[in-house]
Design a protein around this ligand. Structure first.
Ligand code: IMP
Length: 219
């Protein structure tokens, strides 16, 4: 993945280091985070721009697919923005919403990929413009597997937006159509991204501390 791409904002710890004391953090997570990587306000501004880019390149109705659970906050904020925007031709975009449950992580390690979608839900996508909304691309394995499955049902178009992409040597090279931020190879939480179901109730995207990893580990 080229690191200097203008397709996304390159976040690195030297350039974008926010001390935990600079923002409000839920008291119950104070010891569990080492730094704030992307403050909530910056996320919201970037989501607005991503919505603009998506609307500019969309003609006709769109099926927006939320990847649960981690993608739900980005999905909700993105859909809210898309609803209020119009295309260059002054048209609003009719939206329908789908939800797909994907599970792949235990602690901070990938643990195989499971996708829950019924045959009927898959068939609904035939001939439609589909936009998949994901929280983060790490190795890319989850998204490649999901795209292979959905492609079999012949959507008219199949695009992906991910709020985050990790700069990691474990990447399989997959890059989504619309990316918010490229982040360092660290385990991040917040804005619905979890560590064993914790930290979804944190607004900023933060790096988890060793204390946090231990406190919420599953054996
Ligand atoms: P991939 O298959 O390695 O690309 O992993 C993608 C999935 O793993 C995402 O949908 C997340 O659920 C999860 N994931 C990967 N990295 C992180 C992280 O840093 N924090 C939280 N979840 C992550």
């Amino acid at each position: 993945m080229p690191m200097d791409s203008s397709k996304w904002i390159d976040v690195n710890v030297e350039k974008n280091h926010y001390h935990l004391d600079h923002f409000v953090i839920p008291q119950h997570y104070e010891k569990d985070l080492s730094s704030i990587l992307i403050p909530h306000g910056v996320i919201m501004d970037r989501v607005h721009k991503l919505a603009r880019m998506i609307v500019d390149e969309t003609t006709g109705p769109l099926v927006v697919c939320c990847i649960l659970k981690g993608g739900h906050q980005y999905f909700a904020d993105l859909v809210n923005c898309i609803k209020k925007l119009t295309t260059k031709g002054g048209k609003t975009i009719p939206l329908s919403l789908e939800f797909i449950r994907v599970k792949s992580y235990k602690n901070d390690k990938s643990d195989g990929v499971t996708i829950s979608m019924t045959e009927e839900e898959c068939r609904e996508l035939e001939g439609k413009n589909v936009l998949i909304v994901e929280d983060i691309i790490d190795t890319g394995a989850t998204m490649v597997k999901l795209l292979q499955k959905l492609d079999e049902y012949k959507p008219k178009s199949l695009k992906v937006t991910s709020l985050l992409i990790k700069k990691t040597t474990r990447s399989n090279g997959y890059v989504p159509d619309y990316v918010g931020f490229a982040i360092p190879d660290a385990f991040v939480v917040g804005y619905a991204l979890d560590y064993n179901e914790y930290f979804r109730d944190l607004d900023h995207i933060c790096v988890i501390s060793d204390h946090g990893k231990e406190a919420y580990a599953i054996n």
